[in-house]
Design a protein around this ligand. Structure first.
Ligand SMILES: [Zn+2]
Ligand SMILES: [Zn+2]
Length: 495
């Protein structure tokens, strides 16, 4: 019985000691504490029992409250050795090996190796792709180290592990809503939060009246932000309609000029309001009401307008939204390589569901619950492609589509999002890829190719005529053959 009590006392002492080094305080220390927290975290495991090592009384201060009454060796002993002060101990892991490991594992390893001065500091890293609770910085006596390097047992081991505070609660009267406006084979989304608004793209020139009427109906007379994701007409065209109805504070575009009537009109209409175009740098952050917005792309310039698409991630409470314009895989990879967090609750699928966007890597990292595809019925591109639909299906994403469901409204209370559509709420959105349209993909046509941007154009397209001689090529073949070769159709002439 006495042995059992003593055993329990030792176990309790161990729990208290572990609680002291794995608690959730910003900085924890492993120095023995006389008043350890009373609640040991669950999931903490005790060291393996060993037969050979008696508990050294000097390192177990809590044991002294219930001293053993016999001299029999204790059978449950921590593996933490006591070294005489003048001998050195070895680092159990290299600095590199510690990185990315759960901080508790690393703390344990150093304690087991005999280090008494282990400090774990909770920090929020600048990069948000470091998993919470993992080590992303560690030094011994302020210096880098290798496995097996020798130190005094009281050497100072300082490690930082990632910690992300819970997002702030939204104000009581807060609201967040996105209207994905049905503009056919084009993009337009109106985002509103706590009375502030942002319009990301406005559809084609022909959609100007749709956008004008939409803002009018919704009573949106002011846009805090207007975003032209890129200069293609199906994104910038209808923004002029918005500018004819609403005033604007800030206008974002990846370029300040582009040789198209649609873009010139956009710029002229901004000029009438004395608003200059701002080219946002990646990393730019701004608020929309209580929502946090960040521009995460483009990272680099590109000759392909799609890959200049401004990509914006919005956080509202614990929900998040990713707007991608027509960014293709090249830009997707740039953003991921730059280390941006693209995790989102709702993904606006890139480039109308083209298979040149929404790569597996992108989708895996974004890991959305919902996706919205803004796409026109019977469009000539075959958007959305079966390839992208099947990727979304594999990733178990609930998909909404403007071609099947019209305007799509998404609201968030900061914890969950809710969708309503203006028709076919329960349409089978993962079936029925775009048919490829009227262009008879199997018939040969004359096309103009840009071998640099890998776009193909109708022979009459004004963009096709502007291609420099060294990049220009004229061919007669089928649309499918060009797509197989890696070419994609021009967004303006839609060949
Ligand atoms: Zn587009
Ligand atoms: Zn485009």
């Amino acid at each position: 019985m006495k042995n059992t009590i003593r055993l329990l006392a030792v176990l309790l002492a161990l729990c208290l000691l572990l609680a002291g080094c794995v608690g959730s305080e910003p900085a924890v220390t492993t120095q023995p504490q006389s008043s350890a927290p009373s609640s040991a975290p669950s999931g903490t495991t005790l060291p393996e029992p060993t037969q050979s090592e008696p508990v050294p009384e000097t390192t177990q201060p809590t044991v002294t409250t219930q001293p053993p009454e016999t001299t029999q060796p204790v059978t449950v002993a921590p593996s933490r050795p006591t070294e005489p002060q003048n001998t050195t101990i070895k680092a159990p892991l290299s600095q590199e090996e510690c990185m990315g490991q759960a901080y508790r594992t690393v703390v344990r390893a150093f304690l087991d190796a005999g280090f008494s001065g282990v400090h774990a500091e909770q920090r929020t890293p600048d990069r948000h792709d470091i998993p919470g609770g993992t080590v992303y910085g560690i030094t011994i006596n302020g210096m880098p180290f290798a496995a097996g390097d020798e130190f005094q047992p009281d050497a100072e081991v300082v490690l930082q592990y990632a910690y992300y505070p819970e997002p702030e609660e939204q104000p009581d009267d807060s609201s967040f809503r996105i209207d994905f406006i049905d503009v056919g084979q084009a993009d337009a989304a109106l985002i509103r939060c706590d009375g502030e608004s942002m319009l990301i793209d406005g559809g084609n020139v022909g959609d100007s009246n749709v956008i004008y009427t939409y803002l009018q109906k919704q009573g949106v007379t002011h846009l805090d932000y207007i975003v032209c994701t890129h200069a293609h007409e199906d994104h910038v065209g209808g923004l002029s309609g918005a500018l004819n109805y609403a005033t604007v504070t800030t206008a974002f575009s990846p370029v300040t000029s582009y040789s198209s009537k649609a873009f010139s009109n956009f710029k002229n209409n901004l000029g009438k309001q004395n608003v200059d175009i701002t080219i946002p740098k990646p990393g730019t952050e701004f608020d929309l009401g209580s929502a946090d917005c960040q521009v995460i792309g483009p990272i680099y310039e590109s000759d392909d307008p799609n890959n200049t698409s401004i990509v914006i991630r919005i956080e509202y409470g614990q929900t998040s939204f990713l707007f991608t314009g027509d960014a293709e895989t090249a830009e997707e990879n740039d953003i991921l390589d730059a280390g941006y967090d693209i995790g989102c609750t709702v993904l606006k699928v890139g480039h109308h569901g083209s298979d040149t966007s929404t790569s597996y890597r992108w989708l895996r990292q974004a890991s959305p619950e919902y996706a919205v595809i803004s796409v026109g019925t019977g469009n000539s591109y075959g958007h959305p492609t079966e390839t992208v639909l099947s990727r979304l299906r594999d990733a178990d994403v609930k998909v909404y589509r403007t071609d099947l469901q019209g305007d799509i409204i998404c609201t968030s209370d900061g914890k969950t999002v809710t969708f309503t559509t203006n028709r076919n709420q329960n349409a089978d959105t993962l079936e029925g890829a775009g048919a490829g349209g009227n262009h008879g993909s199997s018939e040969a046509h004359d096309y103009v190719l840009n071998t640099k941007t890998m776009k193909f154009h109708d022979t009459t397209c004004s963009y096709g005529q502007k291609i420099s001689d060294q990049n220009r090529k004229e061919v007669t073949c089928t649309r499918d053959e060009l797509i197989d070769e890696g070419y994609s159709p021009c967004g303006v002439c839609k060949p």
